[in-house]
Design a protein around this ligand. Sequence first.
Ligand code: MTE
Ligand code: MO
Length: 356
Amino acid sequence: MSNQKHPSERPYLKTHSLQPENQETPIQFIENNHVHPKLFYRRNHFLFPQLSYSNYFLTINGYVQKPRVLSLQEIYQLPSKTIKVLLECSGNKRHFFKPKVFGEQWEKGAISQGYWTGVPLRNLLDKVGLRNGAKEVVIEGYDFGERSDLDHLYSFTRSLPLEKALHPDTLIAYEYNNEPIPFKHGYPLRLIVPQWYAMASVKWIKQITIIDKEFAGPFQSIDYVYYPNKDDNEGARPVTTINVNSTIQKPLNREILNTGKHTIKGIAWTGTGFVKKVEISTDNGDTWITANLENQDTHGYDWVNWSFEWDVTKKGEYTILSKATDSANRTQPKQPFWNRKGYGYNAIDTIHVKIE
Ligand SMILES: Nc1nc2c(c(=O)[nH]1)N[C@H]1C(S)=C(S)[C@@H](COP(=O)(O)O)O[C@H]1N2
Ligand SMILES: [Mo]
């Protein structure tokens, strides 16, 4: 196990803020495909909630036939499933937008993945019975606080349309990598929504409410909306599905290397289907070579590892690019789709190295 190393030989999270806690994964150093909780990025809107586990119950109410209150024991006894799912913050790579945007300046590490175990949300919804006309499922988190733009206190609450809520892989999860979910990642219960950016995966679930209209809480009507223009809200649309994307892990940006053989490696992922192809360029996009995909046999909820053996004989400065294409034929653009709040960055990944 690579985790047995002395702490000084292990990477750390990269801290953006502590109250609330926002730290990113040192993604260049992640070799394991189920990230250890110590290195899993942390993204919080508020201080961590205070929960009393001795009387923790999950309430499911609203537009249903029979509201229910379930204990953790009851939930643990239901049939469960385990799936490998990546979570990517929709603000991942925000730092790279030009012109720059406001918000957490995430670089390439607001992404992590591992094995999540839980009960499909649809099985819990079956227990309460949806009423005709049910439209959305609202998931409320225990954490709450003030926002700079509104006067009330708000909890972190978001909804899913019925179709996504009823998808058999949308889970009410209680384990991560076969252990109870760590507190900072949502213990005791967290929603896991594969293929959507991670704002949908609400931590510390307090209550689930079925409604017959569209939910309009600020974490979905103000934040997590693509605003294409700087000065008005025209063309606004919600942030949902993860864009096709890739990140070069090795070499490091601005690394100095010798002539000879070097492995270029990284990860690629998508929210639609699976990653079909990753192409690498070592000449700033003049020519492209197909990289080796190491674990493509996934159903596409996690990243693929890719690599390419580069034999470089000529000294000089090189711009290395990686470009992923998915099974829906979406491919990474040269320029990202600029939007005011800086979500969904997925331009072709770029690093620069010098060969001496
Ligand atoms: N209750 C609650 N759930 C939440 C959040 C939050 O602040 N509170 N942040 C969301 C966002 S924006 C992201 S990117 C992920 C981060 O999950 P992590 O901290 O486990 O990495 O959780 C999502 N779920
Ligand atoms: Mo996020």
